[in-house]
Design a protein around this ligand. Structure first.
Ligand code: NAD
Length: 360
């Protein structure tokens, strides 16, 4: 397979491979689009079976970032990077400094951040070599942990769904099945419980689960039992692809609103949910609070100012308006929500490309 034949190739502007002999760094940066601004997206460290697998992943994920950044109306394009290796055994500070130097050679068309297998400490190492990394913990520009903002976006989206489907302004009397109560799921559970929801939850981490359940008064179920819970809303906040042919037969909720990335195993599943009358809140729309938080750090960097929580709130409110527009259009056009979301993101990216062409 070559790059251009890959099923995940989607007219990416650039794909850059890096090797550093001294540290053993093997990394690929994919820049899907810079039409709306510098490409921004996390760095994933994963023990890929082959370079071809890593390439597939980075192509797919970078395109997803273009859509996520566009739907959140951020002046950022989409990109992603992968480091090939085992994050438990092959991480060194030097590796991330080499990664920082690699990112720096791209001259600002791509900004990296944390993702699976890459921590705040790793990004701090890369920061010693480049300003083109985001997701810092310390300093006036630092955006810190994005999880509370992600949870707030998912929470407000849940309220929007409750208004539309159940004709109520809070969550009183609604049962919500929460899968995964880690960073985002934990904050989300607190908010849902405070708004009157009855929670049923699961997590593979028994200690975290017990703690969150105790403070929210939730009922606990085994990980595999979460799909069979008789809930009004299913909130996936752990893994991707939990909406698949098997779980489709188990889930009885009328809506799916959660933080997890890539919830639909295939786009076809989104269409089936729609045909069955299940309202699917597109994942990359409702979980966009985290990237908005990161974007505020980029603003601060570019203006040499400080992180501005008011700007984050303004953008989050606008994102929820976009989500409500998606729900409206889905009903009016009898078209699945994920297709409407993609169409809006694609129109925004194409519009920015056209503006650039005219300005050139
Ligand atoms: P996290 O690792 O803190 O939490 C995930 C939780 O899910 C953990 O407690 C883990 O034990 C649990 N889990 C794993 N496998 C499970 C299983 N099979 N059944 C039940 N629970 C399981 O991660 P997070 O930062 O809270 O992110 C959760 C999801 O939201 C991920 O898909 C992530 O990509 C997505 N997301 C997170 C952010 C953010 O701001 N952190 C932003 C956008 C999207």
């Amino acid at each position: 397979m070559t790059l251009f034949d890959s099923p995940s190739f989607a007219n990416h502007e650039g794909v850059h491979a890096f090797f550093d002999e001294k540290t053993g760094l093997k990394a690929i940066v994919a820049v899907h689009s810079t039409a709306r601004g510098p490409a921004v997206g996390g760095t994933r460290m994963w023990n890929y079976g082959s370079a071809a697998e890593a390439l597939e992943d980075v192509l797919r994920l970078s395109r997803g970032m273009s859509y996520k950044n566009a739907i959140a109306d951020l002046e950022m394009g989409g990109g992603k990077s992968v480091i090939i290796g085992d994050s438990r055994t092959q991480k060194t500070p030097e590796l991330f400094r080499a990664f920082g130097r690699a990112v720096d050679t791209l001259g600002g068309i791509y900004y990296a951040a944390e993702d699976v297998g890459v921590s705040v400490a790793d990004i701090a190492e890369a920061r010693k070599e480049t300003t083109r990394v985001l997701g810092l913990k310390d300093g006036p520009e630092a955006s810190g942990d994005p999880s509370p903002v992600t949870a707030e976006g998912v929470y407000r989206s849940t309220l929007a769904v409750a208004r539309r489907l159940f004709r109520q302004d809070d969550l009183t009397g609604l049962t919500i099945a929460v899968q995964g109560v880690g960073h985002v799921g934990g904050y989300l559970a607190d908010k849902l419980a405070a708004a009157g929801a009855k929670l049923v939850m699961t997590d593979v981490n028994a200690a975290v689960l017990a703690e969150v359940a105790a403070r929210t008064g939730a009922q606990i179920v085994a990980p595999d039992a979460i799909y069979d819970v008789k809930a009004d809303i299913y909130a996936p906040c752990a893994l991707g692809a939990t909406l698949n042919p098997q779980t489709l037969e188990q889930i009885s909720a009328r809506a799916v609103v959660g933080a997890a990335n890539n919830q639909l195993a295939t786009p076809e599943i989104g269409r089936i949910l729609f045909e069955r009358g299940v309202l699917y809140a597109p994942d990359y729309v409702v979980n966009g609070g985290g990237i908005i938080n990161v974007a505020a750090e980029m603003n601060a960097r570019q203006t040499r100012g400080a992180f501005d929580p008011n700007w984050v709130e303004m953008k989050l409110a606008r994102l929820i308006e976009t989500f409500e527009e998606i729900l409206e259009r889905s009903a009016a056009e009898t078209r699945p929500t994920h297709e409407i979301a993609d169409a809006i993101a694609e129109a925004r990216i194409a519009g920015a490309r056209e503006d650039r062409r005219k300005a050139a």
